[in-house]
Write a protein that binds this ligand. Sequence first.
Ligand code: ZN
Length: 209
Amino acid sequence: MKAIYLLQRRGAPRGDAKTEFLQADPHHVSDGLDCPSCGRPVGMFRWAQPLRAELETWDLQYGDLAFGPGESILVAERFKNLWLRSGLVGLSGFEPVEVVKVVRRGKRIKEAPPSYFRVLPQRSAVAVDEAACGWRWEEPPSPRCDVCRGGGIAKGWERIVLEAEPHENLFIPRGLGWVLVDEHFKRFCEEHALTNCPLIPAEQASHWF
Ligand SMILES: [Zn+2]
């Protein structure tokens, strides 16, 4: 089994080109997808055109990735070009985003931001293994949907373990609306010194709500 990591979207530590975004008003969203089996909404909202964003920065450079609400991630042009040549699988979209404002906190970048593009992580057929994750429930799902693994209220989990090996290099597993990546993506980030890609080994990715 290849090593899996959690891509820590919100609350990434400062110091490594921490960059976040918000959809500039007025903005439009489309609903996430519905589960074909139980009809529950799956995933977070999807930001729809026009893609206009406000960036927020804390360090002296812009991140190659920028994180915000919903399912979208922004990637800088450098990331986009490297990804499209890499052979890695799991991102779609790459639509241009107009940056209408930059809010600079802490250290202040003087340069204008790079071009950013919106990407959407692929939804994988691979599901999280709740028992192996040490999952605990506030209110267990009833009835359980085996397709989306939706429902119930989770207290949290000790670690992230998947039921099978995903073929994607970046993906959202069934049963957990978080973005995971594999060791090939980690190597890609390291080889190109990509910034604002905070990764946590899946076995250490505990979370309690
Ligand atoms: Zn379902």
